[in-house]
Design a protein. Structure first.
Length: 323
């Protein structure tokens, strides 16, 4: 059952966080701006459009995170109506919203009809006035062409084959680091903005089947989501990185351009169990301390699901970047 004592925005935010879905993922799937979603979750109705649009946002939001949209609207409809009164209108001096338009603002159709007819009439008059001048200019140009003397070429024209510009063969290798954009938004907290000698750990993993993954690069936020079969996840870090997967037998791992191996074959660098691996540049004592901190952190997290949940399948279709 839905908790009615909480606000609509608080309820949506809690349900999204329960499913470990970021607000950027909701924005990407629903085509609703991140700023608008923040306003919706914060119950800032003064910054939201009118009620029909708010209900549309709620329906798209609920469908994506796996909630019953009609049930949510039924529970919070009175709340939406009550809070929408906070929105300022243009009669009180507000400039209005991009979504809104008052009935009185519709253009006068009669005025437009008269303006178009006047434009067409003036255009016709101008054409008949200028038509003789255009005809004279055309005949004058033709006469000049007739009087022009022919030009005799002293040398024959080259063969058309000699004029063909050779087509350059495209390079078979592409430098992905150089071809990446200068300003990349790291929505996955995977270290994609690091470049060149900043990268000390580069972990490339390819899935052989659908799997859940959980990871952390340097001190960025910890992430968890589904990676589909055949997709590639690339993690970059300056100092440390760890990766946990629900099915290690389904993950092919390449660390710093070494030979790719199935995750369960990596042995010494696996920690916690065969589902987690870690890399860290420091002394032996520091490595031991950091690995223990990772184990302690994972102990506070729920185990990764062993079955991919179809309810949140759409949230991960476009998440995995390719290097």
């Amino acid at each position: 059952m839905i908790e009615t004592e909480v606000s609509l925005g608080e309820f949506l935010r809690r349900e999204r966080e329960k499913r470990s879905i970021s607000i950027e993922q909701v924005s990407s799937a629903t085509k609703i701006g991140v700023k608008t979603l923040h306003f919706l979750e914060a119950d800032r109705y003064v910054d939201l459009p009118s009620q029909p649009f708010i209900r549309g946002f709620v329906v798209s939001y609920c469908r994506f995170v796996g909630l019953d949209a009609q049930e949510v609207l039924a529970r919070f409809d009175a709340y939406i109506v009550r809070r929408s009164v906070e929105r300022p209108n243009r009669d009180s001096g507000h400039s209005g919203y991009a979504f809104d338009k008052k009935d009185g603002d519709q253009p006068n159709r009669a005025f437009l009809t008269i303006a178009i007819a006047s434009f067409l009439g003036l255009g016709g008059i101008a054409f008949f006035i200028l038509k003789p001048s255009l005809r004279h200019h055309r005949h004058s140009h033709i006469d000049k062409l007739r009087e022009a003397r022919p030009v005799i070429l002293s040398e024959p024209l080259p063969s058309p084959a000699l004029l063909e510009k050779p087509v350059e063969k495209p390079s078979e290798e592409i430098d992905v680091e150089k071809s990446s954009t200068a300003h990349t938004i790291d929505l996955l907290d995977s270290g994609v903005e690091l470049k060149g000698n900043e990268i000390r750990h580069k972990l490339i993993s390819k899935t052989l089947e659908d799997v859940w993954v959980r990871y952390q690069a340097d001190d960025r936020p910890m992430r968890k989501f589904i990676v589909r079969k055949g997709k590639i996840l690339v993690l970059r870090a300056r100092e440390k990185v760890w990766l946990q997967v629900s099915h290690p037998d389904f993950l092919l791992v390449n660390y710093n351009n070494h030979t790719p191996e199935i995750m369960t074959h990596l042995g010494p660098i696996l920690i916690h169990d065969t589902s987690t691996l870690t890399y860290f540049r420091a002394s032996a004592e520091e490595v031991k301390s950091w690995i223990q901190s990772v184990i302690d952190k994972l102990a506070t997290q729920p185990a990764l699901p062993q079955v991919v949940d179809p309810a949140i399948e759409k949230s991960n279709q476009n998440l995995t970047p390719k290097n």
